[in-house]
Design a protein around this ligand. Sequence first.
Ligand code: NAD
Length: 393
Amino acid sequence: MKQTIFLFRHNRRKFLKDVSLAFGATAMGLPMASFASSCQSSGSDKENTQVEQTGQDNGQNRKLGIALVGLGNYATNQLAPALQETEHCYLAGIVTGTPSKAETWKRKYKIPEKNIYNYETYDQIADNPDIDIIYIVLPNGMHAEYTVRGARAKKHIISEKPMATSVADCQRMIEACKENKVKLSIGYRLHFEPHHQRVMELGQQQVYGPVQRIEAEDSFVIGGSPDRWRLDKELAGGGPLMDLGIYCVQGAIYTMGKTPVAVTAKFGEVTRPDFFDEVEQSINWQMEFADGAMANCTTSYNKNQNLLYGKAEKGWWRLQPSFGYSGIQGETSEGPMNLPNVNQQARQMDDFALCILDDREIPVPGEMGLRDVRILESIYEAARTGNRVEIKV
Ligand code: NAD
């Protein structure tokens, strides 16, 4: 046992060292990482003991078991493949309402029958020691219910972005995790991506002096059928702002290392009324920071664009494309960034597993998700009323 613990510790340290060597002083050490988690565990010894009893042992290390809830596009094409590369967690279980998907996943990922649930049997996950973490990858309007139920099952939770479709739901999720002494994180994968970590450093450490202006856009042309959940107000919470604009909000905030104090906003024209009868087709907004810096942001479901740009007193930087799973390119006023593209989701999930194993602060906690949903609500209010809306976070 002693040897196992030693190897576990050794591997963990090696991982952290590799990360910091590869990317310099990054997100973990910057102000954005200082979000205090409200979901403190009851103690690291207890949690490590639990992990040693329940996690997968590959002979060298303990891995935490993750169950993915909702086997749609993101779970299928990004998270499950990423879980084949993680060092500190693995795909232990699934929750799906589609029996044929359960069969396919069971065979493909060798998931034992006892770790496969549907939405009716979901709560029984409480009795399954193989599952340490529940990862909610359902439509936005379902994140709150499945997080609360998952927390009651005493499992740590990752909820996809946006955390929920209302501030009240975000608060419910945080509360449930606190009460049940489990940790809560949001699927903010870009905090673990080297180009974005560089932007945090450039902006927050004022490498080129104070930031004056940020430009951010995340847009794509939505296809498929008009009755998809992303266009349904109840399930999505809103249109591209909830889905994509959240990356612009995040990008501006982690460039600055602080939250904006006020927003103004304007909905764009609706040119496809068959698609956009419940949610916006596009929206432009401005975020004002206390020191006078401004972020001009756009998101649309009717064009393709992907940009995070920052201008400081003595230099600038640009990520373009900026928010994708791979292919991010960065340059500064001094030249190309020359940073690697990595498996963002693998890093994100490994970091959460280490937060649990080490009982340390989560860099992307529920409180950050709540803050962002509050800002999204303020942007909608500004667009609806035409007023400048102050943000109180
Ligand atoms: P998707 O439509 O591909 O998958 C949704 C899944 O939920 C499907 O398996 C579907 O069967 C299931 N589901 C259960 N109940 C449903 C209902 N009532 N209506 C519709 N579907 C229902 O969506 P997705 O693209 O995988 O997105 C899922 C979540 O992941 C969203 O919250 C989204 O914002 C988030 N996401 C995050 C990223 C990221 O980069 N972090 C990328 C894509 C999606």
